[in-house]
Design a protein. Structure first.
Length: 428
């Protein structure tokens, strides 16, 4: 040490200080970001454990820690309003597309000069466009869960059918080959769970897909807000009337496609038991079906389309992430939602769940999984609509279907009544 110059001594001293600073920083980082510059963000999201695990995986990425609070869809809006009123609202919310209309006014909008609309459209799937406002981006798409068709390969083989229907027009023939009825016309072995509401899983979403395919957005957007367009015509046609007639025919004993009634158990349970050849559900159900009945020889296909339509559409449950206006950590919260929706996050999401990210650049990246290819294609087709109240609109759809099935109203009358109820709901 006696031979060290003054410059070397100073340099060693600075090096020693740097080491101490690095150790201190590492300790703070590993200790939950409790340092003076640390930020804790509260994030509300779904009760699905995959979301909490996904969000928590980013808690050690930056000087920002996440506190994840799981909220059921039934309690989400009510609890959020209460939390805002009490001054204890979260910084960030992860919500389904069906809740956007209800929460839009509470979200911080990112102006287009900060997030250009061109960048948004190039990055995210078509359905994500519902989160674009005149002022900017209200939420960033995180994930999408498209509606798909599950089919029992053994049932199709036994009926001499090589594949599931690609178009709805083919469904009449497919059902006639798969369904079994007595001489009196009673269904003893159904083919497709259509026509009813209470025992058809995702009946509202199935009807939504059919309506969107037929050309009606259900709820239209105007400069003044929203309006119900369920009963509107498209040219000389009334899409909703055609859709409701098609759907309810499968529960009408007088129709040749009669295949389902309210005496049957829930469609998903029947499919799992191997008793229902066709089940329309979400991509996220694939793993559950496989685990609950490992012996079920099933496969997955895209939702059938209208033969003469140029557009390919299915319904998609899209989750988005957004910052609340009331957040006390706006800058950190915006940075966090960028992180949760970037390419690396999308790769992590798909790896954890086997489901598509909402990012265009991450579709068709897994060529080894045939089911994933169907999910990715369906994600591109996914659409939604501005639902003013998920529970209320579900009740409206149920009344519409049951009014026709019971003969209380004609198809056109049921559509008209549902449109009136939607208008009243929007006007509240």
């Amino acid at each position: 040490m006696k031979n060290l110059t003054k410059f070397q001594l100073v340099l060693l001293g600075l090096f020693f200080v740097a080491i101490l600073a690095g150790v201190a920083s590492f300790a703070l980082y590993k200790g939950g970001k409790s340092g003076p510059g640390a930020v804790n963000l509260t994030i509300w999201g779904p009760t699905d454990a995959s979301y909490s695990a996904f969000v928590e995986s980013f808690s050690q990425e930056t000087e920002t820690a996440n506190v994840y609070v799981a909220k059921s869809e039934a309690a989400f809006e009510r609890d959020l309003i209460s939390a805002i009123a009490d001054g204890v609202a979260p910084d960030i919310v992860i919500f389904p597309e069906s809740f956007f209309t209800a929460v839009a006014s509470r979200l911080m909008v990112i102006p287009y000069d900060s997030y250009p609309i061109r960048d948004f459209k190039d990055t995210f799937l078509e359905e994500g466009g519902m989160f674009l406002t005149e002022q900017g981006v209200a939420a960033l798409p995180l994930s999408v869960d498209p509606l798909v068709l599950y089919w029992n390969r053994d049932s199709f083989s036994a009926a001499g059918l090589p594949r599931p229907p690609e178009f709805w027009e083919e469904m009449f023939y497919v059902v006639s080959r798969l369904a079994k009825r007595t001489e009196k016309g009673e269904v003893v072995s159904p083919a497709l769970a259509f026509g009813e509401y209470g025992n058809v899983n995702h009946a509202k979403e199935i009807l939504s897909a059919l309506l969107l395919q037929a050309g009606t957005p259900i709820i239209g957007k105007t400069p003044e807000g929203f309006n119900a367009v369920l009963a509107d015509s498209v040219g000389q046609l009334y899409p909703a009337v055609s859709v409701l007639s098609f759907y309810t025919d499968f529960a009408n004993p007088l129709k040749t496609v009669y295949s389902w009634n309210k005496s049957f158990p829930p469609a998903k349970d029947y499919f799992l038991a191997g008793a229902l050849p066709i089940y329309i559900g979400f991509a996220s159900e694939f793993k559950e079906i496989r685990e609950k009945n490992p012996n079920l020889n099933f496969d997955v296909s895209r939702l059938p389309q209208l033969k003469d339509s140029k557009n390919k559409i299915t319904f998609g449950k899209m989750r988005a992430v957004a910052v609340l206006k009331t957040s006390r950590n706006i800058s950190a919260a915006v940075s966090r939602i960028y992180l949760l929706t970037d390419k690396n996050a999308g790769l992590l999401w798909s790896a954890k769940t086997g489901l598509p990210s909402a990012r265009r650049d991450l579709l068709f990246t897994d060529q080894t999984n045939p089911a994933r290819a169907i999910f990715d294609q369906s994600a591109l087709w996914a659409r939604g609509w501005p639902d003013p109240s998920p529970s209320a609109t579900s009740a409206i759809f149920q009344r519409m279907v049951e009014a026709v099935v019971t003969g209380r109203l004609s198809v056109s009358e049921a559509v008209g009544q549902a449109n009136t109820e939607l208008s009243a709901l929007i006007g509240r």
